[in-house]
Design a protein around this ligand. Structure first.
Ligand SMILES: Nc1ncnc2c1ncn2[C@@H]1O[C@H](COP(=O)(O)OP(=O)(O)OP(=O)(O)O)[C@@H](O)[C@H]1O
Length: 227
């Protein structure tokens, strides 16, 4: 049995390759995330956090190295296969929620499930369970504009979890919230992650939040080291 959900091996990413302004953002980065493990990715702004998360989530490709998700080597796969694995296995949460403004909170969590072949009744029931688990079931029929920043971000977590991913990737998911709200929303996220036994890589500038995860790694000068 393979209990490593994500494995990055010697990942190198270079922007503007061969040009005068070439940037080597990631230099032979290795990272393994086990089943149910939550890893904090700490890095100063511009260090390459988003690049690393996008490569891990198959939204971008490295210049060198291997990405293995659930034991499957993804580097040589075509776009169709990568999209399928991303849709089935990976959930994303960004700093800004990116919810669909014309749909309600419930619909935002239902839609990815319908796109993945779920029936509407089943999708709605799962969406309500998720919204309830982060304490916003009573906001299910509101559109994002009628929700607070913290509530919007909770909906974004539920959307990321909608298709039962194995891996959650979050790019400063509470970075846009005031400290108190950030604390509460982060606690809701962690409770949901723990309850579902999900593996996660969560980027944050906040060392206190990072300390609540299983392990902290720091990205510095293109290299990853344990904190
Ligand atoms: N498409 C691109 N083309 C050229 N350079 C890029 C590109 N994307 C990112 N970069 C550069 O690579 C570096 C890392 O960017 P990245 O967005 O991964 O950083 P980050 O750690 O997520 O930063 P922040 O916390 O500010 O969002 C930055 O110097 C950025 O300017």
């Amino acid at each position: 049995m393979n209990d490593t959900v994500l494995r990055l091996e010697r990942i190198t990413k270079i922007y503007n390759k061969g040009l005068r302004n070439e940037i080597r953002v990631l230099r032979e980065v290795d990272l393994s995330v086990g089943e149910g493990e939550v890893v904090a990715l700490v890095a100063p702004s511009g260090a390459g956090k988003s690049t690393l998360l996008h490569i891990a989530g198959l939204l971008d490709t490295p210049d060198d190295g291997r990405v293995v998700i659930g034991g499957e080597e993804m580097s040589g796969e075509n776009d169709r296969k990568r999209t399928a694995v991303r849709r089935d296995s990976v959930g994303f949460v960004y700093q800004f929620h990116h919810l669909l403004p014309e749909f309600t909170a419930l619909e935002n969590v239902v839609l990815p499930q319908l796109a993945n072949g779920a029936g509407s009744r089943e999708a709605e029931a799962r969406a309500m369970t998720l919204l309830d688990s982060v304490g916003i079931a009573d906001r299910a029929r509101h559109r994002p504009a009628a929700l607070s920043g913290g509530e919007q971000q909770r909906v974004a977590f539920c959307r990321a979890m909608a298709n039962k991913p194995r891996l959650l990737l979050a790019d400063e998911p509470t970075g846009n919230l005031d400290p108190e709200t950030s604390d509460r929303v982060f606690a809701a996220l962690m409770a949901l992650v723990r309850e579902t036994g999900l593996s996660a890589v969560i980027a944050t500038h906040n060392h206190e939040l990072a300390s609540r995860m299983d392990r902290q790694v720091q990205l510095d000068q293109g290299q990853l080291r344990a904190l």
